[in-house]
Write a protein that binds this ligand. Structure first.
Ligand code: NAP
Length: 532
C-alpha cells in the first residue's frame, strides 16, 4: 500500500486535530504533524498523537533542512521523545539523515521511541531517515540513498529522499530509486516538474506520498492537494501497470487537458493517468524529457498532447525515432499528438485541423464537402492557422490568410498550398476590413485571457459587412466568449467558440490512446465549468 499523507503544520493541538479530521474526511490514509513551531507544553504532543484520527508521522524540521524549527537540538530531540510516548504512539518519527549521522545523542534518544532489533519494549513506531535538497538533485544522490538505506535497514526504518526537480527527467531518478529499494522508501521531486513523482509514487510502490489539505497549505513546492491527487489524478485506480499520458508544453500549469482526459479515463474505465508535463522550450529539452520517459519501460508512458512551443519538435523527434507521421501533420509542419503503440513504435499526428474543420462546419451547418467554393478568412500564420489552412484548402475552400507579418503568411501559403494559386492567398492584416469572406477564423492569441479586451478584428472595420450570413470562429477557448465573438454575435453573425475545437481535438486524442469513443459531452461540461 502507498499511503496518501496530508502534512499539517501544528500551531495548536486542537487546530491540528481538526485539520487531521478534515484530512480523514478528504480520504487521507495518514497525516504528518509538523511540530516545527510547537509552543504548548511538550506533554501535549502525546495528546496530539493519541487524538489523531489517522496514523501519523511526527516531524520537527529544523531551518537548516528547510523547516521552521529554530531552537536548540536538545529541545528538538526531547519533543520527538515526547511525541513518541503517545498512546497509541505515532506510526513514524522523521529525523534528518544529516542529524542522525552526526549525533550519537539523537540516535540514542530517538532509539528509545522507535522500533529496532535491540529495542527492549514492543514499539511500532518506524524511523524515517530523510534528506532534502531544495535547490537541485544532489550530486551524490545514489551514494546518499545507498547509505541511508543501509542505516534504515539496520533499524527496520524508512528512507525518504526529496529534491527540487529541474525537469521531467528528475522524476525518472525518483522512480529508479523506488524500483531498486531494499527498505520502505519515499522518493519525491519538489517543484512543478516533480508532480509526476508525487502522483506516480503509488505506481512505483513508494511507502507514501504527500498531498496538501488545501491550496496554499502544502509544506513543499509543487505539492498537489488531496482533492487533486484523489480525483483529478485518479489515485485509487493507479497501479503498477497504469499507462501514463500528459500534456507537454511550456507553460502547462493551467491546461484543462488533465481534467478532461482523467475524467474520460474514469468514464470508460481505462487504466491510465494524465499529467501536466512542463518541458522548457527548445528541441534539446524536448528530446531529453520525452526520450527519457519513453525509455523507461516500467513507466508505461504511452502518449501525449503536445502544445506550444513543442509542436514542431514532436515531428522532428518522431522522425528521428523512425516513427510514422500523419501526412497532413507533415504538411502543416506541426503535430499535437504522440501515440506510443504497444510494440514501442511512435506515431505523431495533428488533431487540430480536423477539430477546427468540424467545429467550423458544425456551427455553419454544413458538411466538410460544403466548404468547396466558400471564402474563408484565416487571421494569423502560426500553428493553428497552418492547421486551418491545410484543412480548408483540402476541402476546396478559397482561403485568404491575413497576418501582421505578411512574409509569414506568404510562407504559410507557399508551404501548405503551393499548387493552388489564387485559391489560397496571403494578405496584410490591415486589408481585413476589405474582406468579402463568408467566414472569419481568429488563429492569433489576441483576446485570450488575460488580454480579454483585445480583438484581432475590430467591429468598427467589419460592422457593415457582417450579418446573419457571416460565420465568425475564434480558436481561443479562454475566455469561452471572446470580445470578437461578443461583437460578432451583436452584429447577428453565427459564432463558434474555441471550446468546440478544443473538445474535438482532445476527443480525437482520447480515441487514439484508448480505442474508446471519447465522452465529448463530459469534456464539454468540464471545460465550460472550469472556464465559467
Ligand atoms: P503561434 O504559432 O504563436 O501563432 C500566433 C499568430 O498570431 C502569429 O501569426 C502571430 O503573428 C499572430 N499574432 C500574435 N500576436 C498578435 C497581435 N498582437 N496582433 C496580430 N497578430 C498577432 O500560435 P498558435 O499555436 O497558432 O495559436 C494561436 C491561437 O490558437 C492561440 O490563441 C491558441 O490558444 C489557439 N489554439 C486553440 C486550439 C483549440 O483547441 N481551441 C488549438 C490550438 C491553438 P506574426 O506571424 O506576425 O508573429
Amino acid at each position: 500500500m502507498t499511503w496518501l499523507v496530508v502534512p499539517i503544520m501544528v500551531s495548536s493541538v486542537d487546530s491540528a486535530l481538526m485539520a487531521a479530521q478534515r484530512a480523514a474526511q478528504a480520504g487521507a490514509d495518514g497525516v504528518e504533524f509538523r511540530i516545527d513551531l510547537f509552543e504548548a507544553p511538550p506533554h501535549r504532543l502525546a495528546d496530539l498523537v493519541a487524538g489523531s484520527p489517522l496514523p501519523c508521522i511526527v516531524t520537527c524540521r529544523p531551518i537548516w533542512e528547510g523547516g521552521q524549527y529554530d531552537a536548540d537540538e536538545q529541545t528538538r530531540i526531547s519533543l520527538l521523545e515526547h511525541a513518541g510516548l503517545g498512546d497509541p504512539p505515532p506510526g513514524w518519527i522523521d529525523v534528518e539523515w544529516a542529524a542522525y549521522q552526526r549525533s550519537a545523542n539523537l540516535r540514542q534518544k530517538v532509539g528509545l521511541v522507535v522500533r529496532h532489533p535491540s529495542q527492549a519494549r514492543a514499539v511500532d513506531t518506524q524511523l524515517i531517515l530523510s534528506s532534502h535538497d531544495f535547490d537541485r538533485q544532489p550530486a551524490d544522490l545514489d551514494q546518499r540513498v545507498n547509505a541511508m538505506a543501509e542505516a534504515a535497514a539496520r533499524v527496520d526504518g524508512v528512507v525518504k529522499i526529496a529534491w527540487r526537480g529541474r525537469s521531467l527527467v528528475d522524476n525518472l531518478r525518483a522512480f529508479e530509486i523506488l524500483m531498486r529499494r531494499r527498505t520502505p522508501t519515499i522518493a519525491l521531486c519538489m517543484g512543478e516538474s516533480g508532480l509526476p513523482s508525487r502522483v506516480l509514487a503509488k505506481k512505483f510502490g513508494a511507502l507514501l506520498t504527500f498531498a496538501s489539505l488545501d491550496h496554499g497549505h502544502g509544506t513543499a513546492a509543487g505539492q498537489p492537494t488531496i482533492e487533486q491527487v484523489r480525483h483529478r489524478y485518479r489515485w485509487e485506480s493507479i497501479g503498477q501497470h497504469t499507462r501514463v499520458y500528459g500534456v507537454v508544453g511550456h507553460p502547462v500549469g493551467h491546461s484543462l487537458s488533465p481534467a478532461i482526459h482523467n475524467a474520460g479515463f474514469d468514464a470508460v474505465h481505462f487504466d491510465g493517468v494524465y499529467l501536466p508535463m512542463p518541458v522548457q522550450p527548445g528541441y534539446a529539452a524536448f528530446q531529453e524529457a520525452i526520450g527519457g520517459w519513453l525509455g523507461m519501460e516500467a513507466l508505461h508512458f504511452s502518449g501525449a498532447s503536445v502544445t506550444i512551443p513543442h509542436k514542431e519538435n514532436l515531428i522532428r523527434f518522431v522522425r528521428e525515432q523512425e516513427g510514422s507521421i500523419e501526412p497532413l501533420a507533415l504538411q502543416i509542419g506541426a503535430a499535437n499528438t504522440l501515440v506510443r503503440h504497444d510494440d514501442g513504435s511512435l506515431y505523431a499526428c495533428n488533431t487540430d485541423y480536423a477539430a477546427l474543420l468540424d467545429a467550423l462546419c458544425g456551427g455553419w451547418g454544413i458538411g466538410r464537402e460544403g466548404l468547396g467554393g466558400r471564402r474563408v478568412a484565416v487571421v494569423g500564420s502560426g500553428g493553428a492557422a497552418r492547421a486551418a489552412v491545410a484543412g480548408l484548402a483540402h476541402y476546396g475552400a478559397t482561403v485568404v490568410v491575413y497576418n501582421r507579418t505578411l512574409k509569414k503568411a506568404q510562407r504559410l501559403v507557399d508551404d501548405i498550398a503551393p499548387d493552388q494559386p489564387g485559391r489560397v492567398v496571403a494578405a496584410r492584416l490591415e486589408k481585413l476590413c476589405d474582406s468579402c469572406c463568408h467566414a472569419f477564423i481568429n488563429c492569433t492569441p489576441v483576446g485570450m485571457h488575460p488580454q480579454v479586451d483585445a480583438t484581432p478584428i475590430p467591429i468598427e472595420s467589419m460592422g457593415r459587412a457582417w450579418g446573419p450570413d457571416t460565420v465568425v470562429m475564434d480558436t481561443i477557448y479562454n475566455p469561452i466568449q471572446t470580445r470578437l465573438l461578443r461583437e460578432a454575435q451583436h452584429a447577428g453573425c453565427v459564432t463558434i467558440s474555441g471550446v468546440e475545437m478544443f473538445v474535438r481535438q482532445a476527443a480525437a486524442q482520447f480515441q487514439l490512446w484508448t480505442a474508446h469513443e471519447a465522452p465529448s459531452v463530459l469534456f464539454h461540461g468540464i471545460v465550460t465549468a472550469e472556464l465559467a
